[in-house]
Design a protein around this ligand. Structure first.
Ligand code: ZN
Length: 148
C-alpha cells in the first residue's frame, strides 16, 4: 500500500481534486482528442498558439486521478512556453515516467510529482495521454474555427 500511497502523493491528489486550466478555450487555434483504452481515460485538449508559443491551454475529459492530474500539471507546465521548450519538457517527462531519463535533461518542476508512475507500467499511459494529445494538437490534426 505504501507504494500506491507514494504514487498518489499530495500534488497528484490536489491536481485531481482541483484541475487547473480545465474547460473549453473559445479562441483555440489547435485541438485534439485523446483516448487511453487501457484505462478508459478521455481527453480533449485545446490550445491557443501564437508564433511558436503556447499562449493558452485548456483540457476537458473524464479519466482516472493520474490522467487528470497529469493533464492539469501539463497545462501549467506548457502554458507560455515556446514549442522547442515544450518538446524538451515532453522528452524529459517521457523519460521520467518510463524510468529512462532522456539525453537532454529538462527542468520538469512540478511534473516530477508523476515520477512514481515509473513503478506502475499500467499507469504510464494515463500520465502520457495528455502529452500525446498535445503533440497531436500541435501537428494540426483537427483545427477548430478561430475568431482571429
Ligand atoms: Zn488512467
Amino acid at each position: 500500500m505504501s507504494d500506491l500511497r507514494d504514487l498518489y502523493q499530495e500534488v497528484i491528489l490536489d491536481h485531481n481534486r482541483r484541475p487547473r486550466n480545465r474547460g473549453a478555450l473559445a479562441a483555440a487555434t489547435h485541438r485534439a482528442e485523446g483516448f487511453n483504452p487501457l484505462c478508459g481515460d478521455r481527453l480533449v485538449l485545446e490550445l491557443a498558439v501564437r508564433g511558436d508559443r503556447i499562449e493558452e491551454v485548456r483540457f476537458e475529459g473524464e479519466g482516472c486521478a493520474i490522467s487528470t492530474a497529469a493533464a492539469s500539471l501539463m497545462t501549467e507546465a506548457v502554458k507560455g512556453r515556446s514549442l522547442p521548450e515544450v518538446e524538451r519538457l515532453h522528452a524529459g517527462f517521457q523519460g521520467l515516467v518510463t524510468g529512462r531519463p532522456s539525453a537532454a535533461p529538462a527542468d520538469l518542476g512540478a511534473l516530477e510529482a508523476l515520477g512514481g508512475v515509473a513503478e506502475f507500467p499500467m499507469r504510464v499511459k494515463c500520465a502520457t495521454l495528455c502529452w500525446h494529445t498535445l503533440k497531436a494538437a500541435l501537428r494540426g490534426g483537427e483545427q477548430v474555427a478561430t475568431t482571429e
